[in-house]
Design a protein around this ligand. Sequence first.
Ligand SMILES: [Zn+2]
Ligand SMILES: [Zn+2]
Length: 195
Amino acid sequence: MPPAVARLPRNSAGRPVPGNIAWYTPDDDGAILVARDTELGGHVTCPCTPGNGTPRFGEQCPVRQRELMAQRKCGLCTQAIKPTAELVFIGETDAPNYLEPALHPLCAAYALQVCPVLHAQGERIEVALVHSYTLAEDRITGIAADGTLRRSVFALGDVVAHHLAVLNFYLAIPDTPERLTGPTWLAQHAPKLTA
Ligand SMILES: [Zn+2]
Ligand SMILES: [Zn+2]
């Protein structure tokens, strides 16, 4: 386990909880909280604190997701990724963009080996290796009659979207990625985790 991952808060089973994951406390009613400021326009906010309550794997905290994405920090260990260093995105084959923040190569190797969801998908998981990415905005534009959120992708800083839609997450568009299947990358290129 990478040292910065070992320092993350754990779930009840003792597993480190990635820095982008949302935490719930018993008094949380699940409502979407919306705030507004001049920098982001309308945006989803979240009061959760890592280590406080119960983590919900598979669900990202919008506040921390945006911070990790905007500051080039690792979605697992939350530490900065050096401007010159390689970044790893994990996703589906030929994904045009990513909702999950980039990872350090060592953190990506760890996640591919221990995360049951990623592990189960085997060859269907692809890694995209890049040195940089461009941000776009995933904003909520309305709510359908059945309660599902309508969402659209906008360019970063789109002035109209800033006024009319609510920022939920950032999307990362990888710049000229090299793509490999997860198992191939792990076997041939990934940094080796020492036991
Ligand atoms: Zn949160
Ligand atoms: Zn990391």
